[in-house]
Ligand binder design. Structure first.
Ligand SMILES: [Zn+2]
Length: 336
């Protein structure tokens, strides 16, 4: 199951309402047989699925609102990732779909009885990436679920998920927590880990860069992303000042998975700074404000908007089988 440094037994502070609803449904013996958790990356969908799995299988749940004990055999097996009544499937790689063989294995798993007389639970990670054959195979299991079975589908969006699958699940939408609540949680995590974080990482900065998604913000602080973003931006400035060629920049950064998002959010920040000087606008990259302001002053607002439009075509361009460095270099050449 999903695990990280965050306690998997309890819902996150901004998940108390959905947690109460889910546990209450089970207490009243009217549980859904399939749940669909939908929302942006880093809001805690997998975390809530994990906490629910622990609670449903725990042999001595406790507290109000209830949660798993963390001590019993079931909780220990879940913690070790070897519980016989739980199966977790996910795409084999970041750019791969969920395949029919994975769904067939899961359907067979769901047909068998629980080893411990409680639930059998399947977690489908990145459900929006079910390929069409896999989605069809999944429908059969969703249509005729045996008793005491639960499927939890986790999806960053529903665009790739057929309506026939969606309509058979109870859907729960995850939204961004209020920033004070998110910051308070991030600060509580900070003390345990901050020695390994980059010197310029603060809860405020990573939350802003993560678009308000707290778990994504924490993962960012743990990764190389902050440092890479700063280096990439420095190189970007060099291109604009013609000290580095667009080709050199593109060859260096084309493999960075966040490159499209960085270009987009830098540009949006430049437009905010151009249009709104007082009070200072809220930025996605507050630590780069002064440099972004200088870049934004070089061009009229219309040019900034035209560049934004060009950047917005990047995801479509890059999803085709193209030479990515060539496309990125061509884009930047238009900005000079
Ligand atoms: Zn337990």
């Amino acid at each position: 199951m999903v695990s990280n440094a965050v306690n998997s037994l309890s819902p996150l502070p901004w998940q108390h309402d959905p947690w109460r609803n889910l546990t209450e449904q089970h207490r009243q013996s009217r549980p859904a047989h399939a749940l669909l958790f939908v929302g942006a990356r880093g809001l805690g969908k997998r975390h809530l699925a994990t906490a629910l799995t622990y609670w449903l299988l725990c042999q001595q749940p406790q507290g109000q609102p209830p949660q798993a004990c963390g001590q019993c055999r079931s909780c220990r097996q879940l913690h070790s990732g070897v519980h016989p009544d739980v199966q977790h499937i996910a795409p084999e790689a970041a750019d791969k779909p969920l395949k029919i063989d994975q769904i067939r294995g899961l359907s067979e798993f769901m047909q068998h009885s629980s080893q411990f007389g409680a639930y059998r639970i399947a977690l489908l990670d990145s459900a929006e990436r079910l390929n069409p054959q896999a989605a069809n195979a999944l429908l059969k299991t969703l249509e005729e679920p045996p008793a005491q079975r639960l499927m939890i589908l986790v999806a960053d969006g529903v665009a790739g998920l057929p309506a026939t699958v969606r309509s058979r699940c109870q859907r729960l939408n995850f939204s961004r927590p209020a920033s004070e609540q998110a910051l308070s949680w991030l600060r509580s995590q900070w003390g345990q880990h901050s020695q390994s974080f980059p010197a310029d990482a603060t809860p405020e900065l990573v939350l802003s860069l993560a678009g308000g998604a707290p778990l994504r913000a924490l993962a960012m602080a743990h990764s190389e992303e902050l440092t890479q973003r700063r280096e990439c931006f420095t190189d970007y400035q060099q291109v604009i000042h013609r000290r580095l060629s667009p080709d050199q920049w593109a060859n260096r950064w084309a493999k960075q998975p966040q490159i499209g998002e960085w270009l987009l959010t830098w540009q949006q920040d430049m437009i905010r700074l151009k249009l709104c000087q007082t009070p200072p606008p809220r930025l996605a990259h507050p630590d780069l404000a002064e440099s972004l302001r200088q870049l934004s002053h070089r061009l009229p607002a219309e040019r900034l908007f035209a560049q934004l439009q060009a950047i917005e075509t990047l995801p479509r361009l890059l999803s085709a089988p193209v030479n990515v460095p060539l496309q990125l270099a061509a884009l930047l050449s238009r900005f000079l």
